[in-house]
Every structure is written in C-alpha cells, then in structure tokens.
Design a protein around this ligand. Structure first.
Ligand SMILES: NC(=O)c1ccc[n+]([C@@H]2O[C@H](COP(=O)([O-])OP(=O)(O)OC[C@H]3O[C@@H](n4cnc5c(N)ncnc54)[C@H](OP(=O)(O)O)[C@@H]3O)[C@@H](O)[C@H]2O)c1
Length: 317
C-alpha cells in the first residue's frame, strides 16, 4: 500500500510517501478501512519531532496519523456493528509499534473506535472531526459545562476550539474565546459571545469569575486567574506545576490535565450534532497524498495559525 513514512525524527522533510509499504492485517475485533482522507493534528508534528519517544518504543519506519475517514473493506470475525462498504470514520488507537497510522491507504482500526459517517458528510469533513471533536466533547464533560455556565475556550479558531465553542453553545453556556483579529468574526459566527484578541489584551482584563476554562494554549496561570471559586480548568497542552495545583487547591478550583480517550460512541454523538446542523466542520486546507503534500500539511499545522483542520486526501472527492 501507499504510506507516508518517517525514517528518523526531525522536521517535515523527514516525511515521504512510498508505494510499497506492507499492508496491515486485522484482528477479530478490527475493521480494515480504505482511507479516503486523514487529517493532521499538532500531535503529528510533535510525534514527528520525537516528542512521544518516551511513551512508545516505535521502530522506524514510522507511519503517523490519528484521524481516518474511508470505506470498510474487511471486517474481523467478532465485528457486528459494521459491514464491508460502510462509510466510516475514527480516531484510531495509537499503534505501539509505530508501524501503522492513518497516513496510509489502508488501516486496521479497532471497531470500538469507529462510527458511521452521516450521509451528507464528505470524507474530508469526516477526517477532520474525530481527534479534535472527541477531545472537545470530552473536555467539556470534564469541565461540567451545562446551561448557564460561563466557559473560556482558548484558541477558538483551532481544531479543538471550533468544535468546543459550538458544543458549549448547544449546552447553553456563555462562551468567551481567544483569537487573532482576523479570526474574530469567524469565531463569533461559531457562537462565541466574547472574543478576546490575545495580541492586544490579557484575558484577565476582559473576563473574571468564570466557571470553566478549556486551556489549549498552555496558559494555566491565566486560566486560573479568571476562574471563580469552585471553577474547573482542563489543560490539553501543558503539565500543571505543583505551584499551579496548589493555587487551584487554595481557591477550591479543580485543575486537570485532560487526555482524549478515543471511542466510537462519542464520535457517533458528534455525527448526530452534525446531522442536526448543530455542528459545522471547518477545513483550513486540503493537501494531496504526495510527499510534497504531506510535508506542506505538516508545515501548515506547525504555523499554529490554521483556521480549522488541515486535511490530506488519499481519494479526491
Ligand atoms: N491532550 C489531548 O488529548 C489533546 C487533544 C487534542 C489537542 N491537544 C493539544 O491542544 C492544542 C490545540 O490543538 P488544536 O488541534 O486545536 O490546534 P490548532 O488547530 O493547530 O490550533 C491553531 C489555532 O490556534 C490559535 N492560536 C495560536 N496561538 C494562540 C494563542 N496564543 N492564543 C489563542 N489562540 C491561539 C490560532 O488562531 P489565531 O490564528 O487566531 O491566532 C489557530 O487558529 C495543541 O497543543 C494540541 O497538541 C491535546
């Protein structure tokens, strides 16, 4: 099969697409998906640079990628929820060997991570949703966001922020978000009530006494400063320090490091929001599945200013 591999950690030039990579085989509880599209998340470039070295004993060549949309071409003996020909998407589990990611034309995926795509969803949209969308959904749950909550969602124009703003509005929350000036109107259209231009203002100058903060930029101190007593903050891009945890405890606040737990049920919930027009999927850019395309996709996400998701198409629609 075709796959984008890296043979060592480094910059985007380490990525190359090869035609003769070994095909994956499925276990009883997996489906084999013919990939139509994948998307690039910040974890992809961090992994490419070697940030996950201490967590996994990957052997080169490594195939990155943790979002997939495509068609089921084979099912394991114990799989009952899917059938050959289904249009599906998933945030697959990490492969401990590093050999099989979604930057490939075939991927074996545990069936409990898979959901059916809504009929009206394109493969590019479907590839853009699982990792960022499941993260947004699960972190809002961790934050106990409900009707009337005041929640700060950092980086509103990013992959996670775009979904989080929309879901928080569905839940009935008041949403403040941070964005550059060129994204202010965009995040307002998604539903944000208060938009803070982080280039011009500190969030502490604009909001206070918030119930919840989703920190996706690693600014835990500012998040704690705008939280009310008893408020909750989840960071998805930093490790809380002992000092920050102590500040939270002193103020009866809950400070958590959040990690996505991928699962097909949450993805099916997101699919239902999409079908009910409560959730828009925003694609920043699409790249072809070529060496130049995959490298450019990584460079786009590494700019930290993609508006929405960066998608790689194996099959152009
Ligand atoms: N722990 C987990 O399970 C988990 C899961 C998913 C993601 N993450 C992490 O969460 C972070 C965000 O992920 P993502 O996919 O949303 O990233 P992303 O799509 O790459 O975010 C890009 C957006 O960030 C905005 N931005 C950049 N710097 C900013 C700042 N200082 N303040 C506010 N906005 C800023 C940019 O908007 P402007 O152009 O307007 O500045 C841009 O639209 C990453 O670090 C990622 O690794 C963790």
């Amino acid at each position: 099969m075709k796959a984008a591999i890296i043979n060592q950690y480094g910059d985007s030039n380490e990525l190359s697409v090869v035609d003769d990579y070994v095909n994956p085989t499925i276990t009883n509880n997996q489906v084999l998906i013919k990939t139509y599209a994948t998307s690039v998340n910040p974890i992809d470039y961090k992994a490419r640079q070697g940030a996950l070295k201490s967590m996994f004993n990957w052997q080169f060549p490594v195939v990155l990628g943790w979002d997939i949309a495509g068609i089921v071409v084979e099912i394991g003996d114990d799989v009952t929820d899917f059938t050959v020909g289904d249009r599906v998407f998933a945030r697959p589990d990490m492969d401990d060997t590093g050999a099989f990611g979604s930057y490939a034309t075939l991927m074996a995926v545990n069936a409990d991570k898979v959901a059916l795509m809504p009929e009206t969803m394109s493969f590019a949209e479907a590839a853009a949703l699982p990792l960022a969308g499941e993260t947004a959904l699960q972190m809002l749950n961790e934050l106990h966001v409900t009707a009337g909550s005041k929640v700060l969602i950092q980086a509103g124009a990013g992959g996670v922020g775009i979904v989080a703003i929309q879901l928080a509005k569905v839940l009935g929350a008041t949403v403040a978000t941070t964005a550059g000036p060129e994204n202010a109107t965009f995040v307002r259209h998604l539903g944000a009530d208060i938009v803070i231009d982080y280039h011009q203002k500190a969030i502490t100058d604009v909001i206070s006494q918030y119930d919840a903060v989703l920190d996706s930029v690693g600014d835990i101190d500012a998040g704690l400063a705008v939280l009310a007593h008893g408020g909750r903050i989840v960071t998805i891009s930093a490790k809380p320090t002992p000092e920050q945890l102590a500040v939270a405890t002193d103020n009866d606040q809950t400070l958590l490091a959040g990690w996505l737990q991928p699962n097909g049920q949450d993805l099916a919930k997101l699919a239902a929001y999409y079908q009910n027009d409560a959730l828009k999927i925003v694609i920043d850019s699409k790249f072809p599945f070529t060496t130049a395309g995959v490298r450019a996709a990584h460079e786009r996400i590494e700019s930290h200013h993609a508006r929405g998701k960066v998608v790689i198409e194996m099959v152009a629609e």
